[in-house]
Design a protein around this ligand. Structure first.
Ligand code: AMP
Ligand code: MN
Ligand code: MN
Ligand code: MN
Length: 277
């Protein structure tokens, strides 16, 4: 049987709209046979996702998307095939949860200066046991009619340099890669074109990522077009990185990004699944 992979998506354990169960069901309906759940900085959704995947006879790969810092930039590193109970990684997720809670309090304070009240309580309630993210703030701003789209919430309040932006020091990228590899996983640079790097910076990043033990980069995502995929494939070959495919699905309300709806990985790229046990 040919597998159909989607190796990047989010559940209510972070900023996804669907519970792990609903997410796995939707992926299965879309024909995905191997799914990695990669919530922001947490593995909390994996246990529930496994129960559902087992019932459906679908392969679920244990994943995470770590927020990391490198050269003053925030970069996302996906870990695939990790042991979620590996202590340094598990400890890091607990610290990141505290970091995110403190950051949320600061974001809410900044919003109060803009006469927007009640954000902290609202995002805590919305996130529940899961990770609080800026998406929760965007949803709150939307629900209170301060903005009319999620994008506008980032453009006016939450994005870098905007009034409610809080600079955060995340896990060091090299250390995060070590946690992933020591946890038995493969470190994958997520959505490399999202960081708006020049070609020079991209090459510096890929060299540093590779040096630190990174083995793969996303070559096909839910948002990239044919030219972008070609460019990413060139980088993957240049730095001898395996290629990953992941929709980065968050919610059914953005139908242009859908679980399992992904272009094929270019032939000349080593698939990341060959590195997964
Ligand atoms: P955080 O990790 O808390 O900084 O939140 C980042 C999340 O916000 C990302 O994973 C996206 O889901 C979402 N996000 C970031 N930038 C934007 C944007 N410009 N428009 C919509 N959502 C965004
Ligand atoms: Mn997100
Ligand atoms: Mn990301
Ligand atoms: Mn993501």
């Amino acid at each position: 049987m040919t597998e159909r992979y989607d190796l990047h998506c989010h559940s209510t354990a972070s900023d996804g709209a669907l519970s792990p169960t609903a997410l796995v069901q939707r992926a299965h309906q879309n024909g995905v046979t191997a799914l990695a759940l990669t919530d922001h900085d947490t593995t909390m959704g994996l246990a529930e996702a496994h129960v559902c995947a087992d019932a459906l006879g679908m392969r679920l790969i244990d994943g995470i998307e770590l927020s990391t810092s490198w050269q003053n930039k925030c970069l996302h590193i996906v870990g695939l095939g990790i042991d979620p109970y590996y202590a340094p990684l598990a400890n890091a997720t607990h610290e990141l949860q505290a970091t995110r809670l403190e950051r949320a309090a600061k974001i809410a304070e900044k919003l109060e200066k803009k006469h927007i009240t009640g954000a902290f309580e609202a995002v805590k309630k919305a996130a529940g046991q899961g990770m609080i993210t800026r998406s929760h703030f965007a949803d709150f701003l939307l629900s209170q009619f301060h903005v009319s789209t999620q994008q506008e919430a980032f453009d006016r309040y939450l994005g870098k340099g905007k009034p409610a932006f809080v600079a955060t020091t995340w896990a060091d990228m090299e250390i995060a890669i070590h946690w992933i590899t020591e946890a038995g996983g493969v470190a994958v640079l997520a959505h490399p074109l999202r960081y708006k790097l020049t070609a020079n910076w991209m090459k510096r990043l890929l060299a540093a990522f590779k040096d630190a033990g990174g083995q793969s980069m996303e070559v096909v995502t839910g948002r990239n077009n044919v030219d972008e995929i070609k460019l990413l494939a060139t980088y993957a070959n240049q730095f001898a990185l395996a290629g990953s495919v992941g929709s980065d699905f968050h919610s059914p309300v953005t139908p242009w990004v859908e679980l399992g709806r992904l272009a094929p990985l270019p032939d000349n790229i080593q698939p990341v699944w060959e590195l997964l046990n």
